[in-house]
Design a protein around this ligand. Structure first.
Ligand code: G6P
Ligand code: MG
Length: 957
């Protein structure tokens, strides 16, 4: 299955050197270096990075406060020994005189190649960052030319570290190391570079093999010459004092490394290739490249993690952020759980630093992870958008808990997961407080950095609530599994019994701010009162996507930004992705549109999650947003890819496929799968891991799951439970949908709409509206109903549009007061059982009501969580009897008309269903609904019909 499009190739433009150096940078999780053609010995763009290798430099504050960090880590840019000066017949080649230069990354063999054509020669540079043995880099240079070719190989000791810049996203320029040792070897060199303060040593050993005839080795150069064809292989061994030196040999051959690399990647792609069923090849090509980049950036051991820019550049100083746990780790969790485990082990490795940090911040207990770090210490100098982001500790707990869910690895739970989860829960307990029986967390910053130091931040509280919930649940789980294990943990962590009770109480009492009128969740307790940013062009620039407004952070004092209702990136919406059980379907939908409209997407962490959540709420531009995050670095949409690849966005784009289009959600006892197909992405095929087993999933009209290895697991596909085991290794779930009208189908609001019109007409015109209007306005939009009533009842008078709108609004106010006290008791008897029954069969359920109050009503009726899609009639151009609203529902769900049923109580509604070529079921009066395929006048008959159909029993009536 893994055949197509596994390459990535671009032709360079000369001024793209810095950009291409990032995009084509090879790496293997341990070491990475920037892509520059070998004949270009200019150091400006070059750099070699070892994951986790850092210098500590003083952090200077002009105004110090207690607990501010005094030193910071910085990833060290090391010299890159891949360059040379090339002379043809004594004349030095100028890399800028190139006629054509092509960059090519072969994702199957893991070879990056830069081919340069000059007037009198060609130079090919090939590079491999060895995955199999990550301490190695293999390089091959092939020079063809007329005449005598001389290459002077460089072994520089210094690097170019750039200039100090005002952009907080870039790195600094200080000198970070000194040369500790430099030796000439036979056909090579060895250099040791020691950081000035952290006293870490990196060792680079390189051996050169060539067909050249003469070698002259001077101080730190080596000369190789040949006539017309010169080939040079450079094998580099990179080691460091964090991991230790093992004196591995550099006597390896380029060809052998290439072979091993190809084999490694064959195994990798077998598991990690994701087939997108799409006509647009760019989606597939870009996705492949991003998956490869994530692989290149992912740490190989507990001493490192995934830095914000991977190993492609030193932007953000090589720091690790929450990006890992929320944007990248989730990919490995279902793709390659061992890699996820390594990332968690790093967090466990630095747990003591987090404990220490809690003390520095003035608390007795708990572990507060550093907002940004390499070694574990807090490296953020800007507290409001750094240390204040306590959610990071909860994000780590969330990731650790999900590892246990995904693998069922009890040993990992007892050995380190529980410890991390319990310690972070302690942190939230320490920083929060019970007031008026509610648990509040004050003075924190959520993921949206355009809002800082607020109280009861929704995201933070939600993640803390979850942290409490699972600290307690895991405690109990270990208690029932092994008292002995629990006792050891109690002793090690000095757990007091009342702590567990406290966590349970905090979990239950946690404040999650919400607005039950607007039906949205609220970002924090200061958000609503803020004013809008005056220049509205900065908001959700989604039309063009790659708009060019400068990030506000570059041009405004933070306090100005904080005072406005403006978001840098997704926040409540992200909490809804992670923790959907803490809210309601209708609030998820509404919050998505509400916050999207206030978001600048100034962060590269924004579009990917908006696309992912967009797929869940039926947002019609989700594919565009997905493409945008696929292209972010490939097209340099943020203009700063030269500083390094945006790894969180890359992970986010891949997550989009796994958690968006495939709709995976790892739960405690099973995995939920809610696939979505769209116009452009018609289905997905890929391998994934869950519960120590391996599966193949294919989506499209149906969802197919097959067990490839292991014992199997439980799934819930669209709400239907499946157990995939060796005895039952293949499961096929066909997509079906029931599209419900609301008024008159699920509840008796038909009468109330009529009562509201009647009162309006009576109040305004002293007209007693005849009862026939109860049926006449069924299913028809508010304004159309108004129009109908006025033309029929007051035909001699004319009304301006404004007046009509005003009257319709008045009717709505009357109507709203009538439904204000609606509760689940107002549902027709049997409706909830019907919805439950359909869910159990994995049938999609959608709401297709012309009422703008529909969302509100199903929330009040307590049934909104049964719905997979709620069509907002405001987004529909033509009302019933036009088919639009039903067609929109099918599109949101990715279901074909022949697999759907529509249920309506109104003539116009039945006509709409019929014109959408969907089977129509009338509910109510046979005479009025005669155009329906079938009509029922009671819920139990209706339920029987729908449930029979859903179970494929005897046809459909
Ligand atoms: C439903 C009712 C109609 C009503 C329409 C608009 O379809 O059957 O009678 O006019 O919704 O409702 P709204 O709540 O938006 O006024
Ligand atoms: Mg109706």
């Amino acid at each position: 299955m893994i055949t197509n499009n596994l390459f990535y190739k671009v032709q360079s433009k000369k001024n793209d050197k810095a950009l291409l150096a990032t995009q084509f940078a090879p790496g293997n999780g341990y070491v990475g270096f920037r892509a520059v053609c070998d004949e270009d010995s200019d150091k400006t763009e070059r750099g070699l990075f070892i994951n986790g290798f850092y210098e500590r430099i003083p952090m200077v504050h002009s105004e110090f406060a207690h607990g501010f960090p005094e030193v910071t880590d910085r990833m060290v840019k090391l010299p890159d020994w891949n360059s040379m000066d090339v002379f043809i017949d004594g004349v030095k080649l100028n890399p800028d005189d190139v006629l054509k230069r092509t960059y090519h990354f072969d994702l199957k063999s893991g070879v990056m190649e830069i081919a340069s054509e000059y007037k009198n020669c060609t130079v090919i540079s090939r590079k491999i960052a060895d995955f199999e043995k990550p301490n190695y880099i293999a390089s091959k240079t092939i020079i063809h030319g007329e005449g005598q070719i001389r290459a002077v190989l460089k072994f520089p000791l210094e690097v170019y570290s750039g200039e100090r810049n005002r952009d907080p996203r870039k790195s600094g320029s200080e000198k970070l190391y000194k040369t500790h040792r430099f030796e000439k070897l036979e056909n090579g060199f060895l250099g040791e570079f020691k950081t000035l303060n952290s006293n870490l040593i990196s060792r680079i050993t390189q051996k050169v093999v060539s067909n050249g005839t003469s070698f002259i080795q001077t101080e730190n150069e080596m000369e190789v010459t040949a006539v017309s064809n010169l080939e040079i292989d450079r094998i580099t061994l990179v080691e460091d004092s964090i991991r230790g030196f093992y004196q591995n040999s550099v006597d390896r051959k380029y060809a052998d490394i290439k072979k091993a690399q190809t084999e490694y990647l064959a195994r990798f792609w077998e598991e990690n290739f994701v087939v997108l069923n799409t006509e647009n090849n760019n989606y597939q090509k870009y996705l492949n490249f991003l998956i490869y980049h994530l692989l290149q950036a992912t740490a190989r051991d507990k001493y490192s993690n995934i830095s914000a820019k991977g190993l492609t550049g030193d932007g953000y100083e090589g720091h690790y952020f929450w990006d890992t746990e929320i944007y990248m780790y989730p990919v490995w969790l279902v793709k390659d759980p061992d890699r996820a485990k390594t990332l968690l082990e790093y967090r466990y490795h630095i747990l003591d630093y987090a404990r220490k940090r809690s003390k520095e911040l003035g608390y007795n207990k708990g572990a507060t992870y550093a907002w940004r770090t390499i070694s574990g210490i807090e490296c953020s100098g800007y507290m409001p958008a750094g240390t204040a982001q306590y959610h990071l500790s909860g994000d780590i707990a969330y990731a650790a808990i999900s590892y246990y869910f995904a693998t069922g690895d009890y040993r990992a739970l007892v050995d380190y997961i529980f410890e991390m989860v319990f310690e972070t829960a302690r942190t939230f307990y320490e920083i929060g407080n019970f007031t008026d029986d509610k648990f509040h967390i004050n003075a924190v910053t959520g993921p949206d950095e355009y809002t800082a130091i607020v109280n009861d931040n929704y995201y933070t509280n939600a993640i803390a609530k979850y942290n409490f919930e699972w600290a307690v649940k895991l405690y109990k789980l270990i208690e029932t599994t092994s008292k002995d294990d629990l006792n050891k943990l109690i002793e090690k962590l000095r757990i007091e019994k009342e702590e567990v009770t406290n966590f349970q109480n905090a979990f239950e009492a946690m404040v999650l701010l919400t607005d039950d009128k607007a039906l949205i969740d609220i970002q924090d307790n200061s958000f609503v009162q803020k004013e809008l940013w005056p220049d509205e062009s900065v908001y959700d620039p989604s039309e063009g996507l790659s708009d060019d407004h400068e990030p506000l952070l570059m041009n405004y004092h933070p306090l100005i930004i904080y005072r406005h209702k403006i978001l840098k990136q997704v926040e409540v919406v992200l909490a809804h992705f992670l923790l959907k059980d803490y809210t309601n379907k209708i609030k998820v939908d509404n919050s998505f549109y509400y916050y999207k409209a206030l978001t600048t997407h100034d962060s590269s962490l924004s579009y990917c999650i908006h696309s992912l959540m967009g797929l869940k709420v039926g947002f019609d531009r989700a594919d565009d947003y997905f493409l945008n995050s696929l292209e972010l670095d490939i097209k340099n949409l943020h203009g700063n890819t030269a500083d390094g690849m945006h790894m969180a966005n890359i992970g986010g784009a891949i997550m989009n496929v796994l958690y968006g289009y495939l709709g995976m959600h790892v739960k405690a006892d099973f995995m939920e799968i809610n696939p979505v197909t769209t116009d452009r992405i018609n289905g997905i095929e890929t391998v994934f891991h869950y519960n120590d087993s391996k599966f193949l999933i294919k989506t499209g009209d149906k969802t197919e799951l097959s067990l490839l290895a292991g014992e199997g697991a439980k799934f819930s596909v669209r709400g239907k439970e499946y157990t995939v085991t060796k005895d039952n290794p293949n499961v096929v779930h066909g997509d079906k949908a029931v599209l419900f009208d609301l008024d008159g189908v699920l509840t008796d609001t038909g009468e109330l709409h009529y009562q509201a019109w009647k009162k309006l007409m009576n109040d305004e015109f002293a007209i007693d509206l005849p009862v026939k209007y109860k049926d006449l306005v069924r299913g028809i939009s508010r304004l159309e109903s108004m129009e109908l009533i006025l033309t029929n009842e007051l035909s001699d008078r004319s009304f301006s549009e404004e007046r009509k709108v005003e009257l319709a609004n008045r009717k709505n106010e009357i109507y709203k007061s009538l439904i204000e006290h609606f509760t689940p008791d107002d549902l027709y008897d049997g409706v909830e059982d019907l919805l439950k029954g359909l869910k159990k069969e994995g049938v999609f359920i959608a709401l297709c009501s012309s009422s703008k109050n529909g969302g509100h009503l199903i929330y009040r009726l307590g049934i909104d969580n049964y719905f997979d899609a709620v069509v907002n009639p405001s987004f529909i151009e033509r009302g019933k009897p036009a088919p639009d609203i039903f067609e929109k529902a099918l599109k949101m769900l990715g279901v074909n008309a022949e697999n759907a049923i529509g249920v309506e109580d109104a003539e116009a509604g039945i006509q709409a269903i019929n014109s959408a070529n969907i089977r129509s079921v009338g509910f109510g009066d046979n005479d009025m609904l005669k155009e329906a395929d079938v009509v029922f006048d009671n819920i139990s008959d209706l339920s029987r019909c729908l449930l029979n159909w859903s179970e494929d029993k005897n046809g459909w009536n």
